[in-house]
Design a binder for this molecule. Structure first.
Ligand code: KG4
Ligand code: ZN
Length: 342
């Protein structure tokens, strides 16, 4: 089965073609980050308009890349939520209309399920059951995964998502949006020992997270080191970035270890934009070694938003006989646990 995947939930237009027999045939991505960087974050209306401009050309690009015709497609998978409603509507209406025109089924994919299953596109995919840490710009969740659509939420952030915390801390240090990769880069030059930031909610049982206090701690530390012109010397900036990254990564690692112990599962999957973070991967490699478990993640390009994960997730549901009706489905909020099992 050949499935065209369409992702437009936030600031990346992603298109990919996945074949259940041959694997990923092609993919293309257009990132709007440059446009949004000027505003320090995603401007929803600009995001929607840019998806309108880029989606059809990207679909054409993937079809050319794979040397296939639209008539070779068996189904369309589009991201139906969660995300920005206007942005979602672009992919949902295009995907639904394309499927209707071609007389093939369309499937409405949950964005976080897409992220969760992205490591399945790699050479050594995880096997069910596993613990998943979903860390993106909008979500921080620990999930017990027994199969596709068999999700039990073990814990989540009570306030900011990990990616969001990275983005906000970056802003405080004068870095562009999205801040995650830039903090990570700056942190490489920092002294990880100079400042010790708190590891929120690790001193009590449970698997929930909270990152808003860490944000305030970062702001206070930064402000305490500003000169009269409001500048922070480059080494101190790097040291703050390192302390911040260390605190977030450590907190995530402590909770992942707990989740492995609690479930007794031996596989840990990390997914979403923050799972591209090298320091997080390093720390979790240590955790799984201690827990005699294995760590799985997607290649960096498939950690952040992309069409391949949507095509893959949609394909699995289609193979199980699931697809959407003619409704153009777009849901800004959509709990992943409400998804039906395969
Ligand atoms: O999954 P994603 O592309 O979009 C959402 O579904 O939200 O995640 C984007 C988030 C942003 O907050 C970005 O700063 C963060 O992932 N991110 C990173 C890294 N790469 C992306 N955070 C830390 N380290 C990275 N290397
Ligand atoms: Zn995402």
């Amino acid at each position: 089965m050949r499935v065209l995947g369409i992702e437009t939930s936030c600031d990346e237009t992603g298109v990919a073609l996945y074949d259940s027999e041959q694997g990923l045939l092609g993919d293309a991505l257009y990132s709007q980050v440059k446009m949004h960087a000027e505003y320090g974050g995603v401007v929803p209306e600009l995001a929607s308009r840019d998806h309108v401009r880029k989606l059809i050309p990207l679909i054409r690009q993937v079809m050319q890349q794979t040397e296939l015709r639209l008539s070779d497609l068996d189904a369309i998978a589009y991201t139906a939520g969660p995300g920005l409603i206007g942005a979602l509507m672009v992919g949902a209406s295009t995907g639904r209309a394309l499927a209707l025109g071609l007389g093939i089924p369309a499937v409405a994919v949950h964005h976080m399920e897409g992220h969760l299953l992205a490591p399945m596109l790699e050479e050594t995919p995880p096997q069910f059951p596993f613990v998943a840490l979903l860390v993106s710009g909008g979500h921080t969740q620990l999930v017990e995964v027994k199969g596709i659509g068999q999700y039990t939420l073990l814990g989540e952030s009570l306030d900011d998502a990990a990616g969001e915390a990275f983005d906000k801390a970056a802003k405080m240090l004068g870095l562009d949006y999205p801040g995650g990769p830039l903090i990570a880069k700056l942190a490489q030059q920092g002294d990880r020992q100079r400042f010790t930031f708190p590891r929120p909610m690790t001193d009590r049982p449970g698997l929930d997270f909270s990152f808003s206090g860490l944000k305030t701690f970062t702001l206070n530390t930064a402000n305490a080191h500003r000169d009269e012109a409001g500048q922070i010397d480059p080494q101190t900036r790097a040291d703050i970035a390192a302390a911040f990254e260390e605190a977030v990564v450590d907190t995530l690692a402590i909770k992942c270890r707990r989740a492995l112990q609690q479930t007794g599962f031996r596989q840990l999957v990390i997914a979403g934009g923050v799972s591209a973070n090298a320091r997080l991967r390093e720390k979790l490699a240590e955790v799984v070694r201690k827990e005699r478990s294995k760590l799985f993640y997607a290649r960096p390009a498939f950690c952040t938003d992309n069409g391949a994960m949507i095509a893959y997730a949609g394909c699995q549901r289609l193979l199980a006989g699931q697809h959407a009706d003619l409704t153009i489905l777009a849901r800004p909020r959509w709990p992943m646990e409400s998804l039906p099992p395969l």
